[in-house]
Ligand binder design. Structure first.
Ligand SMILES: Cc1cc2nc3c(=O)[nH]c(=O)nc-3n(C[C@H](O)[C@H](O)[C@H](O)COP(=O)(O)OP(=O)(O)OC[C@H]3O[C@@H](n4cnc5c(N)ncnc54)[C@H](O)[C@@H]3O)c2cc1C
Length: 460
C-alpha cells in the first residue's frame, strides 16, 4: 500500500518535530502537522512554557521592570518560533501542514478538508491545563499559565490555585513585581511529589519573602464580581473548621496538566486508539494498540517536561531507524535519571528518590541524609544565597546517589554533575574527591558528598 508519507508527526513541539526531522534526514518522506503555526510552532516549551516563563523571570530579576520583561520574552519566543519554522520549511524542506489534525483511520488523518495518509503516525499533541471542578471557577474569568504570560498590568492581588512548579514560579515573579500573592495548595505540601522536608524549607523561604501560602486546603468556591470593567475574585475555603474568603484582582489556575487528545477524533475511528484516561495508552516502545501509531511527549501522560519529551523521541527514532515494525533490537523506553527543576528564586533541582521514597524502598534504618546549608559556603554568601539547602540521600555502606534535592542559586545547572555521576556508576566518593574551582557554587556538592560519604561509611 502506498501512503502520502512515511511518517507524520501531529504536533510541532519538542517531541514530534524531533522525530519527523530525524527520519527525514535518513531519507523518509515526513511531515509535521501544527494547528497553530503562527502562535505555537515549536510547541509549548518555546511558545507557552519553559522559554517565555524563564525569559520573564530572568529579565524581571535583572531589570525589575515588567514591560522590559514582556518585551524580552516576546522577542525571544518569536525569534525561536519563527527561526525554527524557517529552518524546517526552508532548510530541511519538511512540509508543515497547517491546521488541526484528527484521525479518520489508523493510516489517515484529516486536516481541514484534506486527508493525508501515512505509514507511521506519531501523536505528539502535548498537554493542556487541568481546570478543577470548583464551583464558580469555569464561569469565571480565570487565567491559566498561557493567559498570564500575556498579562500587561501587574495585579494588586494575585490569587494562585496550585502550589506546584508553575504556580510557584508565577507567585515569585509577581511578588517581585509588587503584587500581593496568595497560593492555595490542596495537598499537604507545596511541590507535591518532591521531598517533603525540602518543600517545607522552600515554603518558609517564600513566606519570608511575603508570599502567603495555604497548604492542605482545597478551594471550595470561586466568586467573581465585575466593576468598572475589572474582575474581582473571591476564593472561598471551607474545611468545616476553618472558613476563609480571600480577595484578588487576578486568578491563576495552575493545578496541573493533562494529555491533549480531545481534538483527535479518536472515538470515531473504526478501531479507536486506546486511551488511559486522556493519555495515549502505549507499550514499552511507545506504540499504541495500532502498531503504526506511536505517542511521544506529554501526550503519553506521566512526567511532563521537555527533557523527557525529547528523550521519548530519541528512543523512538532510534527504533524506527532499525525497522518500521517491531524487532527484538528495538529499545524499550526506560527513563534514565533526569533532573526536575523549579525556576524559583533560588532554583530547586531534584534527582532520584525523595527521603520518603528512599525509606519506603530501602527501609528506615538503611537511609542516611545530610543537609548542607549554603550559608556555610563562601560563594553562596557572595551571591547572597542565605536560605539555600543541598540535601543528599544515600544508603549505608553504598556509594550510590539515591537522591539529591538542591535548593540554591543556579542549582538547575549544578545538578547536572550529579546526573552524570549517577548515570555512570560514580557516587559520593568520586564527587568528594575531585578538585573544584574556588570560589564556586559547585563546592556545595563537594561538601555535601564528603558528608554523605562519611554517613554512608562506604569503603571500596
Ligand atoms: C508554564 C509552563 C512552564 C514549563 N516549564 C518547563 C520547564 O521549565 N522545563 C521543562 O522541561 N518543561 C517545562 N514545561 C513543560 C514543557 O513545555 C512540555 O513538557 C513540552 O513542551 C512537551 O512537549 P510535547 O512535544 O509533548 O508537546 P508540545 O510542545 O506542547 O507540542 C504539542 C503541539 O501540538 C499541537 N497540537 C495539539 N493538538 C493538535 C492537533 N490535533 N493537530 C495539530 N496540532 C496539534 C500544539 O499546538 C502544540 O504546538 C512547562 C510547561 C508549561 C505549561
Amino acid at each position: 500500500m502506498k501512503y502520502d508519507y512515511d511518517l507524520i508527526s501531529i504536533g510541532s513541539g519538542s517531541s514530534g518535530r524531533k522525530v519527523a526531522l530525524a527520519m527525514h534526514r535518513v531519507g523518509w518522506k515526513t511531515a509535521i502537522v501544527e494547528k497553530d503555526v503562527e502562535g505555537h510552532f515549536a510547541g509549548s516549551c518555546v511558545c507557552s512554557g519553559c522559554v517565555p516563563t524563564k525569559a520573564l523571570i530572568e529579565m524581571t530579576r535583572i531589570s525589575g521592570n515588567h514591560q522590559k520583561a514582556i518585551a524580552h520574552k516576546e522577542k525571544i519566543v518569536e525569534r525561536i518560533r519563527s527561526g525554527t519554522l524557517r529552518s524546517v520549511e526552508e532548510r530541511t524542506k519538511v512540509p508543515v501542514i497547517r491546521g488541526l489534525a484528527s484521525f479518520v483511520d489508523e493510516h489517515t488523518i484529516q486536516v481541514g478538508d484534506k486527508k493525508y495518509t501515512s505509514d507511521i503516525i506519531v501523536i505528539a499533541t502535548g498537554s493542556e491545563s487541568i481546570i478543577p471542578p470548583i464551583p464558580g471557577l469555569r464561569e469565571s474569568n480565570y487565567a491559566t499559565s498561557t493567559e498570564i504570560l500575556n498579562l500587561k498590568e501587574i495585579p494588586d492581588k494575585l490569587l494562585i490555585i496550585g502550589g506546584g512548579r508553575i504556580g510557584l514560579e508565577f507567585a515569585q515573579l509577581y511578588k517581585e513585581l509588587g503584587s500581593k500573592v496568595t497560593v492555595f495548595e490542596g495537598l499537604p505540601q507545596i511541590l507535591p511529589g518532591e521531598d517533603t522536608e525540602m518543600a517545607n524549607i522552600i515554603q518558609t523561604h517564600m513566606e519570608k519573602s511575603g508570599i502567603t501560602i495555604y497548604t492542605d486546603k482545597f478551594v471550595d468556591e470561586i466568586k467573581e464580581v465585575k466593576s468598572d470593567g475589572k474582575s474581582h475574585f473571591t476564593v472561598i475555603l471551607d474545611d468545616g473548621e476553618n472558613k476563609g474568603e480571600y480577595h484578588g484582582d487576578y486568578l491563576l489556575v495552575a493545578t496541573g496538566r493533562k494529555p491533549a487528545t480531545a481534538s483527535l477524533n479518536i472515538d470515531k475511528m473504526p478501531v479507536p486508539i486506546k486511551l488511559n484516561r486522556s493519555a495515549i495508552a502505549t507499550n514499552a516502545y511507545m506504540q499504541s494498540n495500532h502498531p503504526n501509531i506511536f505517542a511521544v511527549g506529554d501526550v503519553m501522560g506521566g512526567v511532563m517536561m521537555t527533557n523527557v519529551a525529547s528523550y521519548h523521541s530519541g528512543v523512538l527514532l532510534k527504533n524506527l531507524k532499525i525497522s518500521r515494525t517491531f524487532t527484538s533490537e528495538w529499545k524499550e523506553m526506560i527513563l534514565p535519571s533526569f533532573p526536575a527543576i523549579a525556576y524559583t528564586e533560588p532554583e530547586f533541582a531534584s534527582l532520584g528518590y525523595t527521603e520518603e521514597q528512599a525509606k519506603a524502598k530501602y527501609g528506615e534504618d538503611s537511609v542516611v541524609t545530610f543537609k548542607f546549608m549554603n550559608k556555610w559556603l563562601a560563594k553562596s554568601m557572595i551571591v547572597d544565597d542565605w536560605d539555600g539547602v543541598l540535601k543528599g540521600i544515600g544508603i549505608k555502606g553504598s556509594n550510590e546517589i539515591i537522591g539529591a534535592h538542591l535548593f540554591g542559586v543556579r542549582t538547575g545547572s549544578i545538578i547536572q554533575m550529579l546526573v552524570l555521576a549517577k548515570e555512570n556508576g560514580l557516587g559520593w566518593k568520586e564527587l568528594s574527591e575531585m578538585i573544584y574551582g574556588h570560589p564556586v557554587l559547585a563546592e556545595g556538592i563537594e561538601a555535601l558528598s564528603s558528608n554523605m560519604l562519611r554517613l554512608t561509611a562506604y569503603t571500596e
